[in-house]
Design a protein around this ligand. Structure first.
Ligand code: ZN
Length: 118
């Protein structure tokens, strides 16, 4: 009996497709530190200014808490996520970024030809 391996392989269900942009996302934000760095640049574009003593300058940074900034003068802590939804959450910044990033293309899709299906 002859078995056509080519045909069986062809009829097999296609393997799941990873979103093309996921590797791109992971390349840009591979860890918490890179997310925090982006957040830092977005939130304090002109440099860190301590909200307590108004001292301007590079704050202390912590490897295990990438969103934490400590004033070099008064030693008080400020979080990059302060004043945002992320502040109250224990969710890693990278998770927030991933969720927010995924929401963008989904929001944009109705603008495309897909709207004609509605
Ligand atoms: Zn300070």
């Amino acid at each position: 009996m002859k078995v056509d391996h080519t045909a069986s392989r062809r009829s097999a269900p296609p393997s799941f497709t990873t979103p093309k942009s996921l590797p791109e996302f992971q390349r840009v934000f591979p860890d918490e530190g890179s997310c925090a760095a982006y957040l830092y640049a977005a939130r304090v574009p002109a440099g860190f200014i301590c909200p307590y003593c108004q001292t301007q300058g590079q704050p202390y940074r912590f490897k295990n808490q990438p969103d934490m900034l400590r004033c070099r003068v008064c030693k008080r802590n400020t979080r990059l996520t302060a004043g945002t939804t992320m502040q109250k959450s224990q969710t890693p910044i990278s998770t927030w970024f991933w969720g927010a990033w995924r929401a963008i293309p989904r929001e944009c899709r109705p603008c495309s030809s897909r709207s004609s299906w509605a």
